[in-house]
Design a protein around this ligand. Structure first.
Ligand SMILES: CC(=O)[C@@H](O)[C@H](O)COP(=O)(O)O
Ligand SMILES: NCC(=O)COP(=O)(O)O
Length: 238
């Protein structure tokens, strides 16, 4: 069964709206683990609009499961993660002004850049994952970066799922098969939800982890955080 890492960016978005400490991001990180999440994901962005670098430092000591930090490997980001040493760093190609992650790496063009960054993270004892779309050439070349895992960028799946779920999942099945053949472990994330998660998980063999934030935190407004996490975990049971 794939692990569920809860992305708590949106808790920080709400906190930052008023400048105080409500809701408390640290308490959320403790609680999601208490409620059954297998990990905590954060994505500190350069403008600090949700998770800030200080949050990352604060969260690190309360992690009992797995800590996954996502981001573009700028100098600041690399300095942070090499000191914090999370279990996993997920590299995303987002430009600083990106509203949210909206594309995966071109692993052919960025091969030597990713090789250097990944070697640096591996030397620091950190597992690596790279955010990637379903282009089979990119997936086949991902292995040359020496990354441990890929994270399949699932927004296109989520968008197409509403129209035709078989069409939506087909490129992900093909991508996962190539990844498995070249020996890469598979994570997935972006816009996964209670509606589309089960079909994804049922159809993608060897899925190691999903990271989910926006939809999960939105659902928690209606169901509460504890029940919501249990509902998401249920979708992952095969
Ligand atoms: C890589 C990825 O898909 C996530 O980081 C996601 O984009 C969440 O980031 P935001 O919460 O900033 O939208
Ligand atoms: N890596 C994806 C992630 O952490 C959460 O993405 P989303 O569920 O907020 O779209």
């Amino acid at each position: 069964m794939a692990k569920l890492s809860v992305n708590i960016n949106k808790i920080a978005t709400l906190r930052n709206a008023r400048g105080g400490n409500e809701p408390n991001v640290l308490k959320a990180a403790i609680d999601v683990q208490e409620f059954g999440a297998d990990g905590v994901t954060v994505h500190p962005r350069p403008d600090g609009r949700h998770i800030r670098y200080q949050d990352v430092w604060d969260i690190k000591p309360i992690i009992k499961t797995e800590f996954n930090i996502e981001g573009y490997p700028s100098k600041e980001f690399m300095d942070l993660v090499k000191k914090v040493k999370p279990h996993q760093v997920t590299l995303v190609p987002d430009p600083p002004e990106a509203l949210t992650s909206n594309a995966g790496w071109d692993t052919i063009k960025n091969k030597s850049f990713l090789q250097e960054i990944i070697a640096d993270l591996s030397d620091a004892g950190i597992r690596t994952s790279i955010f990637i779309d379903t282009d089979l050439n990119n997936i086949a070349h991902a292995v040359k970066t020496n990354t441990d895992r890929i994270e399949l960028y699932t927004e296109p799946y989520a968008v197409m799922y509403a129209k035709n779920k078989e069409t939506a999942i087909a490129p992900f099945i093909a991508a996962a098969e190539v990844a498995r053949k070249v020996g890469l472990k598979i994570n997935a994330g972006h816009d996964l939800s209670l509606e589309n998660l089960k079909y994804f998980s049922d159809n993608i063999s060897f899925l190691s982890e999903v990271s989910i934030g926006h939809a999960l935190i939105s659902d928690a407004l209606y169901f509460g955080l504890e029940k919501t996490i249990k509902l998401y975990k249920q979708q992952l049971i095969k």
